[in-house]
Design a protein around this ligand. Structure first.
Ligand code: GLA
Length: 404
């Protein structure tokens, strides 16, 4: 009798294990780098522009700087067939998704797609509700590497369950897919999504403005500073393979060069996925230089995987610190004001330490050399107080390395 019970318990445990698979581990040990169609093109997506974007990711130097994913957002969809399988819009994707994935892969890049946990996507296309396993199988057959999964038309659904269902479906389909949750932070995904996906959106949609809110009636979109402020308290939840996603970037879309530089630097400090949202086939020199700044990207991609914290804020000037591997630190001074401001920071009078990573900068006993990550120059060390002017809506971003 006892043996019977033990065997039974063992079989139950085995069944429970196989019923709940894990997410694909290790696909985002550092935040994902890529491009997404939505911010610039909305519903105007087609295979030609996706091919050209993949080409541009290589020719612009973005691939070399670490960008990997070319992601098609909403509205690629055609209809479901009589058996329920989804097909791309024939007019816009005449060669089909498999051919497009093959092309993107031939460039050494990866292809991402978009769906929604509800019955319809935000753009009114067929959602995955009730078709999760079929859709995951279809994506795997096409050779998709990344799924952004949205939260429109989900009345009555529980977020955690809905996202878990898709995680299971992807796992069952067998092809490793980076799973990017886009639930806008409504159900606090940072509390439950660590083992569900690789990143989760923390806010509603971004808008290409540094310091404004756009009111659409039933919903709002948020400028850079508003998104930044909504990250408060969230850093403790992020780490390798599970990141807070501050939304796709607006660099190159409408803001000034200063604002774009600040936006990119902040997203790097936040250890957010860096997903470009502009037309990378036609970028200005300035936009290309921002998106491909390898020193700033290295801060985002640092192996320690610890999100920055706001150390101090005075008169619209903020001081942010991010501990990096090898006892380095990244420091960012943000000027939220429109006009330039003189800032000073007397290292030795400051006590920068971080409970989360258990790291202390110890400026009193350790001297750090300072490198300005936007012009590449060494600008002294922490032996002498920092005194510098930061232009309006701009940042100073430094890498601190122990002198010896
Ligand atoms: C939502 C998402 C956006 C975008 C659109 C597409 O608003 O948050 O990022 O995917 O849907 O319709």
């Amino acid at each position: 009798m006892k043996t019977y019970h033990l065997t039974y318990a063992f079989l139950l445990a085995l069944a429970a294990n196989s019923a709940f698979a894990q997410k694909f581990e290790g696909l985002a040990r550092t935040p994902q780098l890529g491009w997404n169609s939505w911010n610039k093109f909305g519903c105007n997506v087609n295979e030609q522009m996706i091919r050209e974007t993949a080409d541009a990711m290589v020719s612009s130097g973005m691939k070399d700087a670490g960008y990997q994913y070319v992601n098609i957002d909403d509205c690629w969809h055609g209809a479901r067939d009589e058996r329920g399988f989804i097909h791309p819009n024939k007019e816009h994707f005449p060669s089909g998704m498999k051919a497009l994935a093959d092309y993107v892969h031939s460039k050494g890049l990866k292809l991402g797609i978009y769906s929604d946990a509800g019955w319809k996507t935000c753009g009114g296309k067929p959602g995955s509700r009730g078709y999760e396993y079929q859709d995951a199988l279809t994506y795997a057959q096409w050779g998709i590497d990344y799924l952004k999964y949205d939260w429109c038309d989900t009345n009555g659904l529980k977020a955690e369950g809905a996202y878990l269902t898709m995680r299971e479906a992807l796992r069952k389909a067998g092809r490793p897919v980076l799973f990017s949750l886009c639930e806008w932070g409504d159900n606090k995904p940072w509390e439950w999504a660590k083992d569900v996906g690789h990143s989760w959106r923390t806010t509603g949609d971004i808008t290409p403005c540094f310091d404004c809110i756009e009111d659409h009636g039933t919903w709002k979109s948020w400028g850079v500073l508003y998104i930044l402020d909504k990250q408060d308290g969230l850093r403790v939840h992020a780490g390798p393979d599970h990141w807070n996603d501050a939304d796709m970037m607006e660099v190159g879309n409408a803001m000034t060069v200063n604002e774009d530089r600040a936006h990119f630097s902040l997203w790097a400090m936040l250890t957010s996925p860096l997903i470009a949202g502009n037309d990378i086939r036609n970028m200005s020199k300035e936009t290309t230089a921002i998106l491909t700044n390898k020193s700033v990207i290295a801060v985002n991609q640092d192996a320690l995987g610890v999100q920055a914290f706001r150390y101090a804020a005075r008169d619209g000037i903020e001081y942010w610190f991010k501990p990096l591997a090898g006892n380095d630190w990244a420091m960012l001074v943000l000027n939220r004001n429109k006009d330039p401001r003189k800032v000073s920071f007397d290292w030795k009078a400051e006590n920068v330490d971080d409970d989360l990573s258990k790291r202390a900068a110890a400026f009193g006993s350790t001297s750090y050399k300072l490198r300005n990550l936007w012009n590449g120059r060494f600008v002294g060390n922490t032996g002498k107080a920092l005194a510098i002017e930061v232009p309006g809506h701009d940042v100073l971003m430094l890498r601190l390395s122990p002198s010896s």
